[in-house]
Write a protein that binds this ligand. Structure first.
Ligand code: ATP
Ligand code: NCN
Length: 210
């Protein structure tokens, strides 16, 4: 059953004329790298808010290593607290979308007067060409990519970076750019990773979730 989370759609009017960074993730579990990325979005991209979109299940990840949705939702919510400009959302569950292209298209249709920017880490840029309709995503909204240790080269050499190379802009310009447009934010990098955390926590993170 859906719990009483941040319900975004009924508040759509509040976001009219605003710019929102959509930060999709598994958050399996959430960590300080996620919060750092969100803070940098507010500081450097000039967005009004960051929405953490907790994924019902990354289409490219093994579901066996994934804690249940509520646990992952609570994990990022605990990290963000009641920050007025960071919202944790279950919108993909509510919309019934799993592919980011579908989520973005649905949000743009439901909220045509809100400007959206997509946010991801350099590891995801490296495999972005495996996402459903990735070129359509790139044409539909600006993309901010955050560098992370171990992925600087793979990220910048990604197929996406070649195909959309001429649309790269500085982070400061991204918020006002028409898509396709993307920026690569190189500093400050954060070493946190959910894989590392799961290794440190052993079975305790997944225990009791299935
Ligand atoms: N330390 C970090 N620096 C920059 N981006 C990050 C960092 N950690 C995660 N991200 C990005 O945040 C989004 C959500 O990440 P996710 O919840 O998958 O965490 P993760 O640490 O990458 O997890 P896992 O190790 O399980 O793949 C992804 O776009 C990912 O690239
Ligand atoms: O749409 C896709 O094909 C797709 C493939 C891989 C990842 N994604 C999205 O990318 C975001 C980051 O995922 P993750 O697991 O790296 O945190 C999350 O919103 C996923 O739904 C989306």
């Amino acid at each position: 059953m859906l719990r009483n989370r941040n319900i975004i759609l009924p508040e759509a009017a509040k976001w009219r004329g605003r710019t929102v960074a959509l930060y999709g993730g598994s958050f399996n579990p959430a960590h300080k790298g996620h919060r750092r990325v969100a803070r940098e979005c507010l500081k450097r991209l000039g967005v009004d808010a960051v929405w953490f979109l907790v994924s019902p299940g990354n289409p490219l990840k093994d579901a066996n290593h994934m804690a249940e949705f509520d646990r992952r939702f609570d994990s990022i919510k605990a990290l963000v607290g009641d920050h007025p400009r960071m919202l944790v959302s279950d919108i993909e569950v509510r919309l019934g979308t799993r592919f980011s292209a579908d989520t973005i298209a649905a949000l743009q249709k439901l909220m045509p007067h809100t400007r959206f920017i997509w946010v991801m880490g350099a590891d995801n840029l490296a495999t972005f060409d495996r996402w459903a309709n990735w070129q359509e995503i790139a044409r539909s909204l600006p993309i901010a990519v955050f560098d992370r240790p171990g992925y600087s080269i793979a990220g910048q050499n990604a197929k996406f970076a070649h195909v959309f190379g001429r649309f790269r802009v500085s982070p400061e310009k991204l918020g006002k750019s028409r898509s396709p447009a993307w920026a690569f934010l190189t500093i400050p990098r954060h070493p946190a990773s959910a894989t590392k955390l799961r290794q440190q926590m052993g079975e305790t993170w997944l225990a009791g979730t299935k």
